[in-house]
Design a binder for this molecule. Structure first.
Ligand code: NI
Length: 180
């Protein structure tokens, strides 16, 4: 069964946890509180969920709000599992790059692990990159911007099948990004 609706209570719990975990962190290159980033990702995702319902909207929304807590804060995956359950923890783990790998291998590894999770987790990654293509941080070089755009194409190729809506949104953003 698919349902367009996600639980506001679960959304709130995940949001509060993410806000506390990210604390005083800022979005790179800006003065905005970091937690605005996962909230933007969740908003992008909810817009897609509303137009095209999935089986596990709560999994999608919680993974969106929590997706950077393990990669970027002191939170450990065990804590995510204890508070939000195994499916959310597996999703967040897949969305987190493995810092023990060489830098250039991390994205491919994460994409492979995301593909092993339900489609809702792929949708979070698509929404994350859509949000991140809004504007490159001011200090990025042209080479870095171009590499990020190429990486976005890889993400769309690997995960786009999870959501036609998000795939189309991402490809639109990739095209706009190239015009900078
Ligand atoms: Ni992110």
């Amino acid at each position: 069964m698919t349902t367009p609706s996600w639980s506001p209570e679960l959304y709130r719990r995940a949001l509060i946890f993410a806000a506390e975990a990210h604390g005083a962190q800022k979005v790179p290159g800006s003065e905005r509180p970091y937690v605005t980033h996962p909230v933007e990702v969740a908003a992008e995702l909810c817009a897609a969920l509303w137009l095209s319902p999935v089986e596990q909207p709560d999994l999608a929304v919680q993974c969106a709000l929590l997706h950077d807590t393990v990669e970027d804060t002191a939170v450990r995956i065990e804590e995510i599992e204890a508070r939000f359950g195994g499916a959310v923890a597996r999703g967040v783990a897949a969305l987190s790059k493995d810092a023990s790998l060489p830098k250039e291998a991390r994205m491919v590894d994460s994409l492979r692990r995301i593909q092993g999770e339900p489609r809702e987790v792929s949708m979070v990654k698509l929404a994350d990159r859509i949000v991140n293509l809004a504007e490159p941080p001011a200090y990025w070089s042209l080479e870095k911007i171009e590499a990020y755009r190429r990486e976005a194409i890889e993400i769309a190729e690997a995960l786009g099948a999870a959501s036609a809506i998000l795939d189309a949104r991402l490809r639109e953003k990739i095209t706009e990004y190239a015009r900078r």
